[in-house]
Design a protein around this ligand. Structure first.
Ligand code: SF4
Length: 301
């Protein structure tokens, strides 16, 4: 099987106890069968697992993994080594897409350090080990990735071109409908709700904000490239592909509007704030299959 991955993939390193949004807090982790057998054999581990189907760790106070120390280190790694981790913990923040003739892997933006690595890159993303695919949706995806990285064009023009390639366009729904849709979804963090409310009306300083961000357009480029790489080729047909392109386009507009609102209120918008917006977007939307399905359904013609 062919494995395809972005050129930055191997540069990722978990920052563990320095991470502000540790992935061992707030997420219910399902345990795969192989590791469940090992965990069942260790009394100190066994009692911290709910053995329903699928088995999962019983979260402690503040939804912390029971094996996370006060210093945010993993006791399982300390005591039993990295090979003792279940599949989800060992893989995170990596994702994999099984596509015709290949497996594509990448890093998810819900991890703050992955978000720093991805959004901070100025050079175009290249896919390594990717030979030409016979699959027409993958072929179109690869053409879109080239368009999104065409620095001769402004980012809004690249988005328009991407949508035209998928025979769709924005507006598919108006701005208020888009924000209402996001507000109707399950939300994890009250800060995300506040951000959505802050852009219920599209900020009127977008052109000025684009000027402020003129030297940082690569952050939006990388965000769009990430979304298309991760989600587009999973489309089951052309209609679904168009809705995934719209999802990327609307998500770019959302990130840009949130940045503009923060800039309007505080007079600054830093790279770390951008990382935090992207991380929250990913955790709230992308990492919820249910939320993503609802959005893609709404964006389907
Ligand atoms: S979110 Fe990323 S950096 Fe933070 S603990 Fe998890 S893998 Fe490490």
């Amino acid at each position: 099987m062919q494995y395809v991955f972005p050129d930055y993939y191997k540069d990722f390193h978990c920052i563990a106890d320095r991470c502000q949004h540790n992935c061992c807090i707030g997420w219910e982790i399902d345990i795969d069968e192989e590791k469940a057998e090992f965990y069942r054999s260790q009394p100190a581990i066994r009692e911290n697992i709910c053995w329903e189907n699928p088995p999962h760790f019983i979260l402690g106070e503040n939804e912390r993994c029971p094996f996370l120390t006060d210093k945010n280190l993993c006791q399982l790694i300390i005591r039993y080594g990295e090979e003792s981790l279940c599949g989800i913990c060992a893989d995170h923040p990596r994702f994999r897409n099984e596509l015709p003739g290949r497996v594509e892997v990448g890093l998810g933006l819900a991890c703050e350090e992955a978000a720093r690595l991805i959004l901070g890159r100025r050079k175009p993303m290249q896919l390594l080990d990717a030979s030409n695919s016979e699959d027409e949706i993958i072929q179109l995806r690869d053409e879109i990735l080239m368009v999104l990285q065409d620095q001769q064009l402004g980012v809004p023009q690249r988005v328009q071109k991407m949508l035209a390639m998928c025979q769709t366009e924005i507006p598919h729904m108006d701005w208020e409908e888009w924000i209402d849709l996001l507000l109707s979804l399950e939300r994890l963090d009250p800060a995300w709700t506040d951000l959505l409310l802050s852009v219920q009306c599209l900020p009127d300083n977008l052109a000025a904000f684009d000027g402020y961000m003129a030297g940082r357009q690569h952050e939006y480029q990388q965000f769009l490239v990430y979304l298309i790489y991760r989600h587009f080729a999973n489309a089951c047909d052309w209609e679904d592909a168009a809705s995934r392109a719209l999802f990327a386009g609307y998500s770019y507009q959302l990130l840009r509007a949130m940045g503009a609102a923060i800039w309007q209120n505080t007079g600054a918008f830093t790279f770390e704030q951008q990382v935090e917006l992207a991380r929250m977007f990913s955790a709230e939307i992308e990492y919820s299959d249910e939320n993503l399905d609802i959005i893609l359904d709404e964006l389907t013609f």
